[in-house]
Design a protein around this ligand. Structure first.
Ligand SMILES: [Cu+2]
Length: 200
């Protein structure tokens, strides 16, 4: 697939996921029972980090988490998401020490720990890349309402996926979901509000 083709695909995917998120949000406002039915965002997981170490949600308890889902071959959505997270952490300054950025792969087939390690090195030193068995990825993605799907292309496949950034509290509880392309200064401001609201 050409670069332009891939970009268009990502744009189409983003439009779809944005529409889906909006639909879900408006449903939640109109019918709380339907929102409850979809369950809480987040939960337990068992994954492998970029150093090959098995980790769980408990590994990161005590830190606020900024979580994004994606894959290292993603042409633009994931690099934008991670870049925005990195910039937001820069804006947070000393407060960034309270926040752990996690990137969870939805392409575990290609995103081995070694591959993730190389990819994550492009971002800040606190960034963690997570992968794992396909069933574990499916489980954690479902808990965050992340949809992903392999799409064949001329060079193999890409992975359409929901784009979002989640802020989770030190106790693992969901706090807020941000658009992946939210302005980094705004993202930092909104995260900082929660850091201080939660006794930081
Ligand atoms: Cu992506």
């Amino acid at each position: 697939m050409t670069r332009i083709g891939a970009t268009l695909l990502c744009a189409a995917m983003l439009a779809t996921s944005t529409a889906a998120i909006h639909a879900q949000d408006s449903t939640a406002r109109k019918a709380p029972s339907e929102f409850a039915q979809s369950g809480p965002i987040g939960g337990t997981f068992i994954l492998v980090d970029q150093n090959g170490k098995t980790v769980t949600d408990e590994t990161y308890q005590g830190s606020f988490l900024l979580i994004a889902f994606g894959y290292t071959n993603c042409p633009d959505i994931c690099p934008t998401t991670l870049f925005n997270m990195e910039r937001a952490l820069d804006f947070l300054g000393a407060d960034a020490a309270k926040v752990r950025p996690l990137f969870i792969s939805v392409d575990p087939e290609r995103d081995t720990p070694a591959h993730l390690k190389e990819y994550m090195s492009s971002f800040g030193p606190t960034f963690v890349g997570l992968t794992g068995p396909a069933a574990h990825i499916a489980s954690v993605a479902a808990k965050y309402g992340i949809k992903y799907e392999k799409v064949a292309n001329s060079t193999g496949y890409s992975v359409d996926h929901t784009a979002a950034i989640f802020l989770m509290g030190p106790d693992g509880a969901f706090i807020e979901r941000f658009p992946h392309d939210l302005d980094p200064a705004e993202l930092a401001a909104r995260v900082r509000r929660h850091l201080h609201a939660n006794g930081g």
